[in-house]
Structures are given as C-alpha cells and as structure tokens.
Design a protein around this ligand. Sequence first.
Ligand code: UTP
Length: 235
Amino acid sequence: MKRIVLSLGGSVLVPDLESHRITGYASVLAEISGRHRLAVVVGGGGEARRYITAARKLGIDDGTADDLGILVTRLNATLLAGALGEAAYPRIATTYDEAAGYASCGKIVVMGGVIPGQTTDAVAALLAERIRADLLVNATSVDAIYSADPKKEPRAKRQDRLTPARLRDILSVDRLKAGESTVFDMVAARILERSGVPLAVLDGRDPAILRQAILEGEFSGTLVTAGKKSPFPLE
Ligand code: UTP
C-alpha cells in the first residue's frame, strides 16, 4: 500500500458543469483507494478563471481574486467528495493539518486550494511532502511535459523522464510569457525538488489512463525523479 497524492486539474475534472468527468473519476478513485492511501487536490478550472477575470474587471485585488479561485476549487472538491460517497472523508480539508488528520481514517481525502498566490499543484506538492507520499500524480490536460510549448514550438520534444532541476528550467522559460498557465506550478516544482517525492504527469482527460498507471503499472506521461528508479509498478 502506497501513499498517493493526486493533483486533479479543474479543467480536467470539470471542463464545464454540464459535461464533467466526476462520475468516471469517482469510480477509478474508489478502486484505487481499495489498494492505496489516496488524497486528491482538486483545481478550479474554467469556472475559477471566469470568477478571477470578473473580479479583475471590477478592480478587485489579486489576493481577493485568488480567494475566489480557492472557493471554486472547494466547490469542485465538494462535488467530487459527494460523488465518492462512503469512499471519501466527508469534509473538504482546508489546511494540510486537517488533510493529514483526515488521512488517518483510511478514506480518500479531498481538498482544494489553501492560500492565495499559488495553484492547487503547489497544494498537492506540499501535501505530498507533509504526508511523506510515495508518489505525486498530476492529471492534466496534456499527455506529457514537452521541452517547450508544443502549440508554439513544433520541434518541442516529449519528455519521458526529467529531473526536478530540469523541470524547473522548462517551467521558468514558460513563465516568461505573461499570463499563461504552465503545465505544472513553479512553486510546486520547488517543493518537489526539496521533498524528493517522485512526480508522474499524465493525461487526465481519460480516467482510465490514471487507472492503468496506478493499478496496472503501465505509465505513459512524464516521470520526474532525481534518480533512475521508477516508482512504477506501485507495489
Ligand atoms: P487551480 O489550481 O485550479 O489553477 O486554481 P490552474 O492550474 O490555473 O487551473 P486548472 O484547474 O489546472 O485548470 C485556480 C485559481 O485559484 C487560486 C489561484 O488564483 C488559481 O489560479 N488558488 C488556488 C490560490 O490562490 N491558492 C491555492 O492554493 C489554490
């Protein structure tokens, strides 16, 4: 039994409220929790971005706009926890201490954002560090990390394997382009580097890809580790 933290992008789980992937994810996550200890950090997706844009247009400061984003991540987290039913701890954790406490009951812990100035990837990385997770998984809306943004750089190479330092290099180039969200949060990458928790970035648009990696050991995506050892298959 391994400890796994999953960063589940809001744009992956709830692209919009009318066509979400909550049902598909709930069954895969419940199955995973039968074999491993699982905590899920849910993102805000398009809805969070819409609230943040509306807040900016009203002249509201960025910290308050972030608070709105956090509220949306918790709304999405509440939907997921509800769909998980008995498999999940019934409260959404709002701090790392709460999450660590809830985890001791053996059910799936669900949380959203915590404080302004970061994204839920950072929350997931900090939680993974706190609970000494064996693996951090980032389920996102691309199939892997590339050497540059493949939409703008046709020669960008898919990366099967990266060190945390190389991940930071790739992210820092991306960050120079203002206002663009990156495949993984820079704060999260720094936490990962110090904690040494392995990161698996995979395509979250199909929950079967997560199931295959965690339960069958067939991982496809980008693995970020300091050493050569792969965490897959998870024993
Ligand atoms: P997300 O983590 O969803 O951002 O948080 P994201 O990476 O842009 O989106 P997806 O979900 O992967 O598509 C949404 C917003 O909530 C605020 C930030 O403003 C963030 O952009 N937030 C979230 C915080 O301020 N602190 C947190 O701990 C989490």
